[in-house]
Write a protein that binds this ligand. Structure first.
Ligand code: 5RP
Length: 221
């Protein structure tokens, strides 16, 4: 928790007056959003685009002005967490279920800043975390069968015994591909499948990765 707070807060050093920023989702992005709230109350003028309903609620409660992506057109920077980060800054995201909005916001962003604790650094994507894939509820089982042709095992995400629904009303399949050697190929192939809305590989999108360590130091990669 200390590591998450350190990295989340460190990322706010990049925010300047007048910027339009993207706000990520999750327990690390949480600390960045709390810090941005404090900065806004101290006079910082920014506008923000949230990546989930949860983040929108938190940002509003912190007094941060939110705008729609169409109004923003492009974002100066986005601060977001990740579930895995490889040495080339490819990511797995979507542990919190917000991968679709996170990818849209990331793609509209000049500088994607990823905030993670040291446990998220891996040599290969897929080493420690299953890849979340957002699928349409209509015929999700058929889409699952097509995804499993890529030699992965998958399970539908559940919450309190019920199928988990994203902010967009879709489902998530958590897919175990083992170590992912070619993230760009997998993300391209997966997104061609009918019924796949988006997958949680963020390839070649992150510009800066800030890592928090439990001993209290922070590293900017
Ligand atoms: C949500 C995400 C999160 O950024 C990711 O799951 C990391 O979360 P946390 O900072 O809580 O570990 O992708 O969809």
């Amino acid at each position: 928790m200390k590591a998450k707070k350190l990295t989340g807060e460190k990322a706010t050093d990049y925010i300047k007056d007048g910027m339009i920023i993207g706000l990520g989702t999750g327990s690390t992005a949480y600390y960045a959003i709390k810090k941005v709230g404090e900065m806004v109350r101290n006079g910082l003028k920014i506008k923000a685009v949230p990546t989930s309903k949860e983040t929108a609620d938190l940002a509003l409660s912190e007094g941060i002005e939110l705008i729609d992506l169409a109004e923003a057109k492009s974002l100066d920077l986005t601060i977001d967490g990740a579930d895995e980060v490889d040495p080339d800054f490819n990511l797995i995201k979507g542990g919190g279920g917000a991968l679709l909005r996170e990818k849209i916001v990331a793609s509209a962003t000049d500088k994607l800043i990823i905030v993670v604790d040291e446990s998220k650094l891996v040599d290969n994507l897929g080493s420690t975390f299953k890849l979340p894939i957002e699928v349409t509820p209509f015929s999700w089982k058929y889409t699952q069968q097509m995804i499993e042709k890529f030699s992965c095992d998958s399970e539908i995400r559940k919450e309190a015994g019920e199928i988990y629904k994203t902010d967009n009303g879709n489902y998530i399949l958590d897919c175990d591909f083992g170590k992912i050697e070619d993230p760009i190929k997998i993300t391209t192939e997966l997104n061609k499948l009918p019924g796949v809305v988006e997958n949680g590989i963020f390839a070649e999108m992150a510009e800066i990765v800030i890592v928090g360590y439990n001993d209290g130091h922070v590293e900017v990669l």
